[in-house]
Write a protein that binds this ligand. Structure first.
Ligand code: ATP
Ligand code: MG
Length: 620
């Protein structure tokens, strides 16, 4: 039997303006990072300094890292960095590290560490298994080594202890033409070393003093005006406990972390471009005077910092600080609220990791900041789900239909194609009976022209089942519709009219709608999401991103789903993933973690078509 030929079921193919499927790495021209790496490989730039594992000059040497600060959950911007760094290691046969930049105990928590490890693995960032695994590291494990380097820099006259308060430093920072000042800059080395020891031993309160690099108080780049290397923070650290009460600043710590791990290409976002001289200065200052036979030992490895433009999707915010605020103020239900741009929210909502990878690859890497249409991510999700999800039926807003000429107790089992995109997925049985539910939106008592769904006297196809014709409307005392009546055509079983002598179907209907047998239907809560913000760039007008919150970003409906769907709906609390389905005509859905025995909860992952694109340019 052939399937219906005339159907208004929307095609589950991606919308015409869908981003093209990510091209394979061979088809793309090299991005600027790949060009740098290939040039480095050609010149054997890294010599024996490269990845510790690949310690030969004649093989490609690429050692990258993803260095999150564990002060929040990762978002889709981080996904870009993860895929980029792990992807380069994979492409060039190098190594990829996950390193926690855990240098500020005031903002960091174990919960964040755990969630980040889970998210990086979920995205396929293989730092701990496989040929490109470089390992898991914590910046806090280098505190001892960093302290030793600090002593070294003080002894070399390259650093000092400054007892100006934060406010005093600001007041003395100078202007582009007036240098900064510090009365402590030329204090004797011995004095600085003694104070350094006291800092380490926790003898001074927060803010009493800092370690500063002795660089250039007149530099036009203010980052070089004797930047702070350490400040005092009396806080418990998730990894080192109460051992330290002085913690390194990013600029001091980051290059050392990269160096100690043998990182070759230290890839970061553009806002660090102005910090690159500092990154290089610290390593050069340590290496100054090092060499064979020197009292300091051999030079340390000097990685190359390279900047790229952040991923900035529209209709959302990226900064962890802003996301944390929404979590704390309960604007959302948590970091994994399915409307959030976090990786955990996207996993919970049903985004496959492959779709996120395709999206970030497709967006590419550049040196120029620009906003990326969030619709491209949604299209990438549709692309993957279209190929992989079973087609099922659910009714979100049920309207009862009684089939007058159907025998009272008869149940027919109809064949359903599970996924037209995947022949191997096979078929399943779906029960049909006298009372069914259809979508309220699929019926109109007084329809406009071209309404091809159900209306009094009109005939439609029930997906894979029968043609039915509406014969009447049931109303309550207030005149609201409580149900409709219909007859079915026994000749149309499977959803096709019989073929006449001319080889053509004896009749045609324009509309096909989905349905569910009332006696077999399983109730389920379904959560429908819209974008969390109504503005492309939240806060652009008022300066406060919360002003652009979409008050209608969540709609919860009590739906009915078919029994096969209910039987196959699972939530895996280890992988934190729920089964994914297409609900025909309604979108892609997955099982939410709030499901429990006897209580099914689904999230709408994405609609079938990009409804936002449609609104923007109405189709004829
Ligand atoms: P946020 O601004 O969201 O708080 P962050 O940069 O402070 O992020 P980190 O934990 O320091 O967060 O980031 C870890 C890595 O992820 C860094 O290398 C950073 O450059 C990168 N990264 C952060 N945001 C983005 C983004 N939007 N696009 C690409 N990479 C990003
Ligand atoms: Mg940061």
């Amino acid at each position: 039997m052939t399937g219906p030929t005339n159907t208004n079921l929307p095609s589950s193919k991606p919308a015409p303006d869908a981003a093209p499927a990510a091209s394979s790495p061979e088809e793309r021209s090299l991005n600027f990072l790949e060009q740098i790496i290939e040039a480095d490989n050609a010149s054997k730039k890294w010599g024996t300094w490269g990845s510790k594992e690949i310690d030969r000059a004649d093989v490609p040497q690429v050692h990258t890292r993803f260095p999150p600060e564990p002060n929040g959950y990762l978002h889709v911007g981080h996904a870009k960095s993860i895929c980029l760094n792990s992807g380069l290691a994979k492409k060039y046969g190098g190594k990829f590290n996950l390193r926690f930049d855990d240098t500020n105990p005031a903002k960091e928590e174990q919960e964040y560490v755990d969630s980040i490890i889970r998210d990086v693995k979920w995205l396929g960032g293989d730092f701990d298994t496989g040929p490109n695994a470089g390992g898991l590291y914590f910046a806090s494990n280098y505190f001892e080594q960093m302290y030793a380097f600090t002593e070294e820099l003080i002894k070399k006259g390259r650093a000092y202890i400054c007892q100006l308060s934060g406010d005093e430093v600001s007041a003395r920072r100078g202007t582009p033409t007036v240098p900064a000042t510090s009365p402590y800059r030329d204090r004797p080395v011995e004095e600085s070393l003694k104070l350094l020891e006291e800092m380490r031993d926790g003898k001074h309160p927060n803010g009493a003093m800092t370690v500063r690099a002795r660089i250039d108080l007149a530099s036009p780049n203010f980052n070089l005006r004797d930047p702070v290397m350490y400040r005092i923070i009396h806080e418990h650290h998730h990894n080192t406990g109460d051992k330290w009460s002085m913690y390194p600043m990013y600029d001091w710590a980051h290059g050392l972390e990269d160096s100690l791990e043998g990182i070759t290409h230290s890839i970061c976002t553009l806002e660090f471009e102005n910090h690159r001289p500092l990154y290089d200065w610290f390593i050069d200052a340590i290496n100054d005077g090092r060499g064979p036979g020197s009292e300091w030992g051999m030079p340390i490895h000097h990685p190359q910092q390279i900047e790229f433009a952040k991923l900035r999707p529209t209709y959302t915010v990226m900064s962890k600080r802003n996301l944390l605020k929404m979590v704390e103020e309960k604007t959302v239900s948590g970091w994994d609220d399915p409307r959030m741009p976090t990786i955990s929210a996207m996993r919970r909502r049903g985004f496959p990791p492959e779709a996120l990878r395709n999206f970030v690859t497709d967006v590419g890497v550049t040196k120029v900041e620009s906003y990326i249409d969030i619709g491209r991510l949604e299209n990438a999700v549709r692309d993957v789900l279209n190929k992989t999800t079973p087609r099922t039926m659910a009714v979100l807003k049920p309207l009862k239909v009684t089939i007058e000429n159907w025998p009272e107790d008869k149940v027919d089992e109809l064949d359903f194609v599970i996924n037209p995109e995947d022949e191997g997925a096979g078929k399943r049985k779906v029960p049909f009976s006298k009372v069914i539910y259809i979508e309220q939106d699929d019926f109109m008592e007084n329809p406009p022209k071209k309404f091809f769904r159900l209306a009094p006297g009109a005939e439609v196809r029930l997906r894979w089942a029968y043609f039915i014709t509406c014969t009447g409307v049931e109303k309550d005392a207030s005149g609201s519709i409580t149900g409709i009546r219909a007859t079915y055509d026994p000749q149309t079983r499977g959803g096709d009219a019989p073929v006449g002598p001319d080889g053509k179907p004896t009749k045609k209907v324009k509309g096909t709608i989905h349905w569910i047998s009332a006696q077999h239907a399983v109730p389920a809560e379904v959560r429908l999401f819209d974008r969390l913000f109504t503005a492309e760039v939240p806060g652009e007008k008022t300066g406060n991103y919360l002003d652009d919150l979409n008050p209608n970003s969540l709609e919860v409906v009590q739906a009915l789903v078919e029994p096969w769907l209910a039987a196959n709906a699972k939530y895996n609390s280890e992988t934190l993933e729920g089964t994914r389905f297409q609900f025909e005509r309604l979108g892609y859905f997955n099982v939410d973690k709030d499901s429990a025995p006897g209580k099914l909860v689904f999230n709408r992952t994405v609609t079938l078509k990009d409804s936002w694109a449609k609104e923007a340019k109405p189709t004829s």
